[in-house]
Design a binder for this molecule. Structure first.
Ligand code: SIN
Length: 488
């Protein structure tokens, strides 16, 4: 008999399997199975909501909106701060749920809980700094003013790779701005979202303000469509693939919604001859192998200048061979299970394609067992390989060679994506030239870790629209209203 990791929850009431709508746990007979990606074992059977439940949630959020909007920013901030404190108090249990349903190493899951809670804290504070404007008038008999007002009911469709942080990064600015939210979490990871709803209830968020609709397969698509098509929902935020982003844009077109989209990436990581190689190798490990390569900002392509190429690939391969691969619950594990079999298949395909086109596998290259793919380094990568164009979303580091700065910039920008880029150099002039020329929303310079609540996260080109986090992250949830006051 296999022991479920969920038996180790300290607060068993955080394991919720019903959807959360209008401050209540919905009685729902239809259920789907949520499994541990590392073992394939069932963790729980969770409510499979449908279009009707989505409409119920939209109506509840619409009804709850006026009272929430009319609270002061400080009143809303107090509730968000309580929610933040509860997340931190229950960090161990939330991390346990995350590792169980998503697979990432427990230490990373703990880091994500803190990262997720930080958005509640940040936007509780930012909500109190929303300011309008007065404008120098064009007419002595008139005064011109601008209000910033909550956009209305918001929907968030969130991914499995960050089961908590991608929810709070969207929900916190919406709530702080005065908007209620309906979340449809990824079908692979609803348990974290539902635990978050339990903590929202404990924090005292009023009914209808934060709703969670778990759903699987066909119902997941139907719920997403209902949120997109509703005229009551005024804003949709989505993190996921560019392909699904395009579908959601089409579904939102008839009701002209505001959209925040954080879509696919194909991040380049450029190492110049003048870089500190040890530091570049450490940055590469963080930015490539975090969450087993399953983040939108993970490096997909390494470009290393001719003069340091062999040194970099040799040293990176040495360090990668030291990474501990295993079950996310095992102490010291740094790289854990991929999310599902299609993910494993994609990684396998990218590795064999690279090998067939002359790539030298210097570390890893194989599926060890289950969904544990060895962290992999491939030297002599070339532009005709699949990994040069498609996001691998797995623990594979293909390393390409380049000669000049101009060539590196051209290679890095040769993609329809533009989320994150990384560069390593100690030449300050070069740092500015290259950072300014890179077509991406974010650039890590001499670091492999860029994510934080204080900074604007988002992409250009086909990597998305809008920014999350930072003081800009609340803007998507606010509308400007111009007041023209005559008769002065
Ligand atoms: C993502 O993969 O979409 C988010 C990664 C991050 O916030 O660091």
């Amino acid at each position: 008999m296999n022991h479920s990791p969920l038996q180790n929850l300290r607060d068993r009431a955080l394991l919720k399997t019903a959807a959360y709508v209008n401050g209540a746990w919905l009685e729902q007979t239809q259920r789907f199975s949520v499994t541990d990606p590392a073992t394939g074992l069932e963790l729980a059977r969770v409510a499979d909501t449908d279009r009707g439940h989505a409409q119920q949630a939209i109506a509840a959020a619409g009804a709850a909106w006026p009272a929430w909007r009319d609270k002061t920013a400080k009143e809303r901030a107090t509730l968000l701060m309580r929610w933040n404190a509860l997340m931190l108090e229950h960090a161990d249990d939330l991390a346990l749920l995350m590792t169980a349903e998503q697979g990432k190493p427990l230490a990373e899951a703990r880091g994500e809980v803190a990262y997720a809670a930080s958005f509640l804290e940040w936007f509780a504070e930012e909500g109190r700094r929303v300011c309008g404007e007065t404008i120098a008038t064009h007419d002595p008999g008139k005064r011109l003013l601008v209000l910033r007002q909550a956009v209305g009911v918001c929907a968030a469709i969130t991914p499995w790779n960050f089961p908590l942080a991608m929810i709070t990064r969207k929900v916190a600015p919406a709530l702080a701005a005065g908007c209620p939210v309906i979340v449809k979490p990824a079908e692979q990871t609803p348990l974290c979202a539902l635990a978050l709803a339990e903590l929202a209830a404990r924090a005292g968020l009023p009914p209808g303000i934060f709703n969670v609709l778990s759903a699987d397969g066909a119902n997941s698509i139907a719920v997403g469509r209902a949120l997109c098509e509703s005229p009551v929902v005024r804003h949709l935020s989505f993190t996921g693939s560019t392909e699904v982003g395009r579908i959601l844009i089409r579904q939102c077109a008839p009701t002209i919604k505001k959209l925040s989209l954080e879509l696919g990436g194909n991040a380049p990581f450029i190492v110049f001859d003048d870089a500190d190689i040890e530091s570049a190798v450490e940055g590469a490990l963080i930015s490539k192998f975090r969450n087993a390569g399953q983040t939108c900002v993970c490096v997909n392509r390494f470009y290393v200048q001719e003069g340091v190429y062999e040194t970099f690939v040799t040293r990176l391969a040495e360090r990668v061979r030291e990474l501990r691969l295993g079950n996310g619950f095992d102490p010291g594990v740094q790289v854990a299970s991929l999310i599902d079999d299609p993910a494993v298949e994609k990684v396998r395909q990218h590795v064999s394609d690279a090998q067939s086109k002359g790539g030298r596998v210097l570390a890893g290259g194989r599926l060890r067992s289950g969904r544990l793919f060895e962290p992999t380094v491939i030297a002599d990568a070339s532009a005709d390989m699949l990994c040069a164009h498609e996001e691998t979303f797995g623990p594979v580091a293909p390393i390409f060679r380049f000669q000049s700065e101009a060539e590196a910039i051209a290679l890095a920008n040769a993609t329809e994506f533009g989320l994150a880029s990384y560069l390593y150099s100690r030449d300050i002039g070069r740092i500015f030239r290259v950072a300014e020329a890179l077509e991406s929303g974010m650039v890590g310079i001499n670091t492999g870790h860029i994510s934080t609540a204080e900074a604007p996260f988002g992409g250009v080109k086909q990597s998305g629209l809008g920014r999350e986090g930072s003081r800009h992250g609340i803007e998507d949830y606010l509308e400007l209203k111009y007041l023209c006051l005559g008769g002065i």
